[in-house]
Design a protein around this ligand. Structure first.
Ligand code: IPM
Ligand code: SF4
Length: 470
C-alpha cells in the first residue's frame, strides 16, 4: 500500500522535478508574484545575462509597499518610492509580465491580489520575494517567501531549489467564541509555540475551528505562519475554498474547472500520515488577544496585564523581554485595558480584506474616534475598496473620524509615507511588532480589526466582548 502522506508531502511530490540524495529538490513553480521591493536586482540579473522570463503567464507583478495611500493620480512625491514603483513598471513591460500599477483597480497588497484574481489556486506551488506569501496556503497550496536571488532563478527557470521541510500539525479544536477571530487564534498559536516554534516545518492547520473559518480568516491564520518561524502554513481546501475561487478572473473555466476540482478534492492529508510535531489548541477557551512587546510571541489576553519577565529563567530571554517593555514604555502589571493608544491602523495582508473591514465597521455604530487618536483604514486592494464603498463602509468610517485611504501596505511597515512618530502607540491589525516596524521608535500592539476599531473609539484597549455599537 502507498505510504500515507500529508497535504504538504502530496504537493511536494507533484512538483519535484528532481530529488538529490541529500533531500534537496528542484521544485516546479506554478505561480510567481512580484512586488517592487525584492524584484529590481532579479530583473537586472536577467538583463545582464541576456535571459528572459521563462513563463511570463505564470508571473504577476503589483506595487504595494512603496505606494502612498493618499491620492496618487498626480504621481508619487517621495523620489525613492517613485523610482521603486517606476522600476517595476518598466521591468514588467520589458519582460512581458502582467502588471497592476497604483492606478489599476486590481492593485493592492500582493497577497490580497493573488487570491482575489484566482491566480492563487489549490495544490499549487506559489512563491514571491516576500515572507507573507504563506497567506496563499489558505487555499491548500504550498506558498512561501523567497530571496531576491531566488526571484531571479524562478523568473529565469520557473523552478526553485528547496530542501524539504518537516511536517507540523496545528489542530485548533472547538468552536470559536463571539468576539474571537482568526487573528486571535493565530496570535495565540504563536504565543504558545514561540517565534521559533515552527522553524524547519511546514504547518498544516486543521480542526473544527479552522474548518469553521471563512477563506478570509484562513488567510489571516496562514499569513502569520512565518511569525511562528514556519516555512509555510496551509489548510486543506474544501467546499468554501472552491466556492471562493469559482468565477474569479484567472480561475479555470468549463472543462478545466471540472478537472481542476477533481484534483483539488484529493488535496488532503491521508488518515495515517505522519507529522513530526503536533500542537493542539482549544478555540473555545480563547479570549481576544493583544500583543504587549516587540515580538509576535509577546501576547496576552485583553483581560490580562502586562507580564513581568523577572520569572524567566533564561537570562538572554529575560533581558530581551525587559528591553521590549522598555521599548514599549510599559510597566509590568498594567492592565491591558488601561493602555492608551495614539493611533489605529486597520489594513495589511493580515487583515485588509472585506470581512476585516466589515468587522471593524460593525463596532462603530454612532461612536466617534477618540479625540486624541488618529485612525486609518486602508483597504487591502482596489477591489476591496470598491466593495466596501458599495456597502457604505467608507461612510461609516469617515463619519466616525477614520481616514479612508487608497490600497497598499501602508503603515504595516514604514516604507511609505504612513508611519508612527517616535513614541506613538498604535493598535494595529498588521502582523509584525518589531522595534521600528511602523516607524522609528513606534510602538505596535497587534490586534484583530474589531479590537483596533474599538480601541480607536475608546482611546485605549477594550474587551470587544463587552462592547456595544450604539
Ligand atoms: C519588504 C518585504 C521583503 C517584507 C517581507 O518579506 O515580508 C515585507 O513585506 C514585510 O512584511 O516585512
Ligand atoms: S502588508 Fe505588511 S506584511 Fe503584508 S506584504 Fe505588505 S508589508 Fe509585508
Amino acid at each position: 500500500m502507498a505510504k500515507a502522506r500529508t497535504l504538504y508531502d502530496k504537493i511536494w511530490d507533484d512538483h519535484a522535478v528532481d530529488m538529490q540524495p541529500d533531500g534537496t529538490g528542484l521544485l516546479y513553480i506554478d505561480r510567481h508574484l512580484v512586488h517592487e521591493v525584492t524584484s529590481p536586482q532579479a530583473f537586472e540579473g536577467l538583463r545582464m545575462t541576456g535571459r528572459k522570463v521563462r513563463q511570463p503567464g505564470k508571473t504577476l507583478a503589483v506595487v504595494d509597499h512603496n505606494v502612498p495611500t493618499t491620492d496618487r493620480r498626480h504621481g508619487i512625491d517621495d523620489p525613492e518610492s517613485a523610482l521603486q514603483v517606476e522600476t517595476l513598471a518598466k521591468n514588467a513591460a520589458e519582460f512581458g509580465v502582467e502588471y497592476y500599477s497604483e492606478l489599476d483597480m486590481r492593485q493592492g497588497v500582493v497577497h490580497i491580489v493573488g487570491p482575489e484574481q484566482g491566480f492563487t489556486l489549490p495544490g499549487m506551488t506559489i512563491v514571491c520575494g516576500d515572507s507573507h506569501t504563506s497567506t496563499h496556503g489558505a487555499f491548500g497550496s504550498l506558498a512561501h517567501g523567497i530571496g531576491t536571488s531566488e526571484v531571479e532563478h524562478v523568473l529565469a527557470t520557473q523552478t526553485l531549489i528547496q530542501k524539504k521541510a518537516k511536517n507540523m500539525l496545528v489542530k485548533v479544536n472547538g468552536q470559536i467564541p463571539a468576539g474571537v477571530t482568526a487573528k486571535d487564534i493565530v496570535l495565540a498559536i504563536i504565543g504558545k509555540i514561540g517565534t521559533a516554534g515552527g522553524t524547519g516545518y511546514v504547518i498544516e492547520y486543521a480542526g473544527e475551528a479552522i474548518e469553521s473559518l471563512s477563506i478570509e480568516g484562513r488567510m489571516t491564520v496562514c499569513n502569520m505562519s512565518i511569525e511562528g518561524g514556519a516555512r509555510a502554513g496551509l489548510i486543506a481546501p474544501d467546499e468554501k475554498t472552491f466556492e471562493y475561487i469559482k468565477g474569479r478572473p484567472k480561475a479555470p473555466k468549463g472543462d478545466d474547472w471540472d478537472k481542476a476540482l477533481a484534483y483539488w478534492k484529493t488535496l488532503h492529508t491521508d488518515a495515517d500520515a505522519y507529522f513530526d510535531k503536533v500542537i493542539e489548541l482549544d478555540a473555545a477557551n480563547l479570549p481576544p488577544i493583544v500583543s504587549w512587546g516587540s515580538s509576535p510571541e509577546d501576547v496576552v489576553s485583553v483581560e490580562g496585564v502586562v507580564p513581568n519577565p523577572k520569572e524567566i529563567e533564561d537570562e538572554n530571554r529575560r533581558q530581551s523581554k525587559f528591553r521590549a517593555l522598555d521599548y514599549m514604555g510599559l510597566e509590568p502589571g498594567t492592565k491591558i485595558t488601561d493602555i492608551k493608544i495614539d493611533r489605529a491602523f486597520i489594513g495589511s495582508c493580515t487583515n485588509g480584506r472585506i470581512e476585516d473591514l466589515r468587522a471593524a465597521a460593525a463596532v462603530i455604530g454612532n461612536h466617534k474616534v477618540a479625540s486624541h487618536v488618529s485612525a486609518m483604514v486602508v483597504p487591502g486592494s482596489g477591489l476591496v475598496k470598491e466593495q466596501a464603498e458599495e456597502e457604505g463602509l467608507d461612510v461609516i468610517f469617515k463619519e466616525a473620524g477614520f481616514e479612508w485611504r487608497e490600497p497598499g501596505c501602508s503603515m504595516c511597515l514604514a516604507m511609505n509615507a504612513d508611519k508612527l512618530a517616535p513614541g506613538e502607540r498604535c493598535a494595529s491589525t498588521s502582523n509584525r511588532n518589531f522595534e521600528g516596524r511602523q516607524g522609528h521608535k513606534g510602538r505596535t500592539h497587534l490586534v484583530s480589526p474589531a479590537m483596533a476599531a474599538a480601541a480607536a473609539i475608546a482611546g485605549h484597549f477594550v474587551d470587544i466582548r463587552d462592547w456595544t455599537a450604539n
